[in-house]
Design a protein around this ligand. Structure first.
Ligand SMILES: [Ca+2]
Ligand SMILES: [Ca+2]
Ligand SMILES: [Ca+2]
Ligand SMILES: [Ca+2]
Length: 591
């Protein structure tokens, strides 16, 4: 059913000149330096970067920041306990963060890649999954005995020991039992003893070693762990699908997965899965019933690009970019490929409209990675941020040229595109603040409103560089609302997972409708703030919020009216929305 036009239709607003992001990482005490240890062998993991995650691990209302660390590849035995590790920064509520890694319990001994946040045991505290090359680590959030929280590794006892090169991952309830399952992408299979030498022929005939592309390796299968509801998981990767003839089968045996999205793309009340693969076809698993999927990427139009071939899919995002209430898909890609925009025509049939959308040529020279959909102007129309950076650390030496003759650089500029709510995007990077004028090796990107001011901020884990914290200082008179959804599985056997991952939210104000999806996954290796921050334009009130909960019955519930510029907790089955604890920060006085 088509929805009404989004709010603030018409030409771009004059306030776009005041869009401003400022990198406050240093000032805020985020002193994270990603270590990738470039070697002569140009091992591929060295250039893949690490993820970022917003997680309020102590539930004090302030989003804390986790940044995944690499190290040396492969990790030398002597560095497994003492080497660089993923770091957790506690949000102090005054604009600063404190590194709490040492007491957090999250030290892991392997080369880190991705991160997912989810309360897999529905106890009200978010748990953590960190993926690595050759491993994954599941951490349970527990009291530390001193009035705060810390993490205990439960990978083995939970039954999720995983090998292979694990990358992007997410929690989502794919079985409709109110407990979050784990979906993990795995990239390629490398034989380090026979690691190939990949070279680029220089203009003067000299061969220069470069990082190998995915075509040099066989791909791996993704992993789906079913949550048994008792703290343990069962690997169902080989039996969670059916083929066109109704035969029981597994997830696609070969993928080169770098991005995953889980939500109900065809709006039938059952979760579906999109996996972005690097230079082989993307996979789209339509949920036939809870826990049973069919791989239908080609027939649904999102396996390949408009030209018919695969793309180097890296980061993935989903949201209503056309104002029709459907979840469209955005994919960041390799250079000499434009970023890809798949319009959801309804029922999860997709059309590649990258060129019409203004995203193809504008991204053609960049290698895109982490991304997020945010509403910078709070006008109800989603915008797109993309972190870019080449895969060739020696790009300058290679003297590779873009179609316009300019040299390729390892470091590239991040990009910001303003959306018009109808699938058209216009780049305004050069007006968005000094960070966008600097070149970086962008990789993991996670959005979160860390100061709870109703403006979405962005954390970036740059490969081999310092992390960035882009504080959103855009000025706009437009209003916002924050919705913190909570499933009631802890008290109701038919209820939704407590994080409400998979919920669909429809907001009605002044006769207009906006649809937002609380999805599993997104970006690249990273996890966004799961609280829904929605721009409302000039509306000072939301007349009604309809939530379709991700429980087996896909039941709906209505809340409201709700005043703008506040945060609300919407609990499944509860009569009314209540205030959510999202206090604004109290900045420290500078001396
Ligand atoms: Ca916190
Ligand atoms: Ca938990
Ligand atoms: Ca579905
Ligand atoms: Ca903010």
């Amino acid at each position: 059913m088509p929805l009404d036009d989004p709010v603030n239709e018409g030409p771009p607003l004059p306030e776009e000149a005041r869009i401003a992001f400022r990198d406050l990482a240093k000032a805020a005490g985020i002193n994270f330096l990603h270590i990738n240890s470039p070697s002569e062998k140009h091992y591929v993991p060295e250039i893949m970067g690490g993820g970022a995650a917003w997680i309020d691990y102590d539930q004090d209302g302030y989003m804390d920041l986790l940044l995944v660390q690499g190290g040396r590849f492969p990790v030398p035995a002597e560095e497994k306990r003492t080497g660089p590790t993923t770091r957790l920064y506690h949000n102090n509520g005054d604009g600063t963060f404190t590194d709490v890694t040492e007491k957090s319990g999250i030290r892991h001994p392997s080369f880190g890649q991705g991160v997912a946040v989810g309360d897999y045991d529905n106890d009200g505290f978010p748990d953590l999954l960190i993926t690595c090359y050759g491993h994954c680590h599941l951490f349970h959030n527990e009291p530390d005995g001193k009035g705060s929280r810390h993490f205990r590794e439960v990978t083995r006892e939970a039954g999720v020991v995983t090998d292979g090169w694990c990358t992007s991952c997410t929690f989502a309830d794919l079985h409709g039992n109110g407990f979050l399952d784990i979906f993990m992408c795995r990239y390629v299979i490398m034989d380090l003893k026979n690691f190939p030498k990949c070279a680029h022929k220089h203009v003067n005939g000299k061969e220069v070693l470069i990082a190998c592309g995915p075509k040099e390796f066989k791909g791996n299968q993704c992993v789906l762990y079913k949550n048994n509801g008792n703290g343990t998981f069962t690997n169902v990767s080989d039996k969670c699908c059916v083929d066109g003839k109704g035969n029981r089968t597994g997830l696609e045996p070969e993928g080169k997965g770098l991005g995953v999205l889980i939500l109900d793309f065809d709006d039938d009340g059952i979760m579906d899965i999109f996996v972005g693969n690097d230079e082989i076809q993307n996979h789209f698993y339509r949920g036939r019933r809870n826990g049973e999927f069919e791989s239908v990427g080609y027939s649904h139009g999102c396996a390949a690009s408009e030209a018919g071939g695969p793309m180097g899919s890296m980061g993935v995002e989903a949201g209503d970019l056309f104002g029709k209430g459907n979840a469209d898909i955005f994919v960041t890609t390799f250079f000499n490929e434009g970023n890809t925009l798949y319009r959801n025509e309804g029922k999860a049939f997709f059309t590649d409209v990258s060129k019409q959308g203004g995203l193809y040529h504008a991204c053609f020279n960049n290698v895109g990675w982490g991304t997020c959909l945010l509403d910078v102007r709070r006008n109800g129309m989603l915008d797109i941020f993309v972190g870019n950076g080449h895969v060739y650390s020696n790009a300058e030496e290679l003297d590779m040229r873009m179609p316009n003759g300019e040299k390729h650089h390892y470091k590239q500029n991040a990009q910001l595109f303003l959306g018009d709510g109808r699938g058209h995007f216009r780049e305004i990077s050069s007006q968005a603040g000094p960070y966008f004028l600097e070149r970086h090796v962008g990789r993991g990107v996670a959005m979160g409103d860390y100061d709870n001011d109703g403006h979405m901020d962005i954390a970036i884990n740059n490969c081999g560089e310092a992390a960035a914290l882009l504080h959103n200082e855009t000025e706009t008179p437009n209003h916002w609302i924050r919705l913190v959804l909570e499933g009631n599985r802890p008290v109701n056997p038919q209820g939704s997972n407590r994080d409400a991952i998979g919920a669909k939210v429809t907001l009605t104000m002044a006769g207009k409708k906006l649809v937002r999806h609380l999805k599993g996954g997104g970006s690249y290796l990273s996890a966004h703030d799961r609280r829904l921050l929605v721009g409302l334009g000039a509306a000072t009130q939301v007349d009604e919020v309809e939530v379709r909960w991700p429980n087996r019955a896909a039941s709906t519930q209505r809340f409201g009216p709700l005043a703008a510029d506040h945060s609300y907790r919407l609990v499944e089955g509860a009569g009314a929305a209540v205030a959510a604890h999202c206090p604004p920060i109290k900045p420290k006085r500078s001396n």
